[in-house]
Design a binder for this molecule. Sequence first.
Ligand SMILES: Cc1ncc(COP(=O)(O)O)c(C=O)c1O
Length: 392
Amino acid sequence: MKRLNNTEIESIYLQAKANRIIDGSEKSVIFYSKNLLEDRLSILSRCFPSNSLHAVAIKAQSNSDVLHHIVSLGYGLEAASIEEVKLALAAGCPNEKIVFDSPVKTREEILYCHESVPGLHLNVNSLAELERIPQNFSAKLGIRINPLVQTDAPEIFDVVKKNSKFGVPVTKRQEIIQACMKYPVSGLHIHIGSGIRDFSGNVAAVKMMVELADEINSLKEKNEQQIDWIDIGGGIHFESEDGEFSVREFAETLKKETGIFDRYNVITEYGAYVHKHNSFAVSRIEYVLESELKDIAHTAFIHLGADLFLRKVYSSLPIHYPCFVMGKAEVSSEEKYNIAGPLCFAGDYLYYDLPLPKLAEGDLFVIKEIGANTLSMWSRHCSREEPGFLFC
Ligand SMILES: Cc1ncc(COP(=O)(O)O)c(C=O)c1O
């Protein structure tokens, strides 16, 4: 799986400057590598059967150039809101490759999909939502199930707890089966959480869905709508194509342990895995406050903070974006820096006590692996301008 090293990052930046796409005076710029995006997507295609639909989660990265490129390569998009359905359409995504998953769809939104986006996949979040589905629904209808499995997703991303707001608990098996007999349901959907490395919970959940779909289909007449697709969600933060916790190991485990690929079309909804490593931000160091006390770090101010890195600053998630200073050797130094963001509140720091080469105004501070859940979460607090975005 490709990664950008510091030398490659510097050369991408210098190339953009040489080509006059940037002039170097920008407060901050975000770069996103087309090549790495293609690498991540092609790994999914290599590891899963060719008829799988990889609908990339828009919420992780909603830049329109990136969405267009994903679509131009034949992949789909997963929308968490009607606004994201419209982003998918604007990116040229064919209706059949859009998956609409919002947990709070309005009647008007469902009607809009029925009238204007026939063929899209729509997953209801509850059995009550099925009552909002129009007669002769033109979209493909799925039910999100909460499989109630164990996951190593961090607490705020664990959506399969007993009190989760997502999906119909699998313990309501009879109600789910009855709903599938009453409505034209053709799919089952799960997404168990984000930040997952140990995917045994996902495998267990998929196995449950295959058994449930098999049971539903066995109760249907031949001319009735069968379950023919299973959406297995996203959330696994694969680190490699092969080996332990890899995309291939996951796909092969599903094949061996669940039989899903033999009987069902599969949809995936990866976000962070697809985008995380493909992007980096470069911010000018505006100025440095030298500390006069030996045990207190200096403070370097940059132009990105809690506006771009909401999860890092506002949550207790252990997020560490690798970083370096462009053009300065990566020597460890006795100098320690706190890296402060530009927002007017005390907690707006990205790093504390970071050993760095001596910093000065105008140095370029690079923050890596920022492709997922950063710019798509941009916060307007303090009303600062969004950084420029180069898809190259
Ligand atoms: C329904 C659904 N699908 C897919 C995703 C993407 O998850 P990840 O970016 O962790 O792969 C999310 C993230 O919250 C989600 O809620």
